[in-house]
Design a protein around this ligand. Structure first.
Ligand SMILES: [Zn+2]
Length: 235
């Protein structure tokens, strides 16, 4: 008991010595006689230990604290098949950028507040609300690897064709095909947007194959653009 009291007294002195307020060291002195903790009522607000902790600033929560934990823990597992070393470097930068954007409040808000024809929804939404679509992104359960592992799992194969197709995939393969015609000239955020667009197909979202008026409001197009546009802020 005596030893404990000595430790507490020492702690009290240490805390006081950390106080920036120079007067505290002298005015706190008398409280050391009332430091006996067990005999005091627990609700005693004059308890010196509570006085000391009141001077410690409360930790400021990070600005992303309203985000679901799954947004901050979102992971990527991207298998690069036939890229050169420099292509890999560039593509990995895009993958890292996707992870950064998904971990932002701005991305959450953009996905949740998307509107199509004046309503908060997406075209080609598979019958899901914006909130359910956001959750499906965080769950990241690809149709071919349906575990909810909070991880963007996809492979990437490069090809070259001199046409207007940036990339493509289909429901029976775990990878996406990326046209180097566009990749070579794309900024990192544009590569990230394309990766996310193609990956959203892996989650089962589709869009019109022709350039219809509603196609930009489909899940792959609309959210791919969000990744691209928000990603620009990180470059
Ligand atoms: Zn597509």
């Amino acid at each position: 008991m005596k030893k404990m009291l000595a430790i507490m007294l020492l702690m009290s002195l240490m805390t006081v010595s950390c106080n920036k307020d120079g007067t505290a060291t002298t005015t706190d002195d008398p409280t050391q006689t009332t430091i006996e903790p067990t005999t005091d009522g627990s609700g005693d607000t004059t308890d010196p230990t509570t006085d000391d902790t009141a001077d410690v600033p409360a930790p400021i929560p990070p600005s992303t604290s309203t985000l679901p934990a799954l947004a901050l823990s979102f992971k990527t597992n991207v298998l690069l098949y036939n890229l050169t070393a420099s292509q890999e470097d560039k593509y990995n930068d895009a993958v890292a950028l996707v992870k950064k954007v998904v971990g932002t409040e701005a991305f959450r808000k953009a996905v949740l507040n998307h509107t199509y024809n004046g309503s908060k929804l997406y075209a080609n939404n598979n019958g899901l609300t914006n909130s359910q679509i956001y959750q499906s992104i965080l769950d990241a359960a690809e149709k071919l690897t349906p575990a909810k592992n909070n991880t963007l799992d996809v492979g990437v194969k490069f090809y070259y064709t001199n046409n207007s197709v940036v990339g493509y995939t289909n429901g029976s393969i775990t990878y996406i095909n990326v046209n180097t015609k566009f990749f070579n000239n794309y900024d990192i955020n544009e590569v990230a947007g394309n990766l996310f667009h193609e990956w959203l197909h892996k989650l089962g979202y589709g869009h019109d194959s022709s350039a219809t008026a509603r196609r930009p409001y489909s899940v792959p197009y609309a959210i791919g653009y969000m990744i691209r546009n928000l990603g620009k802020n990180f470059l």
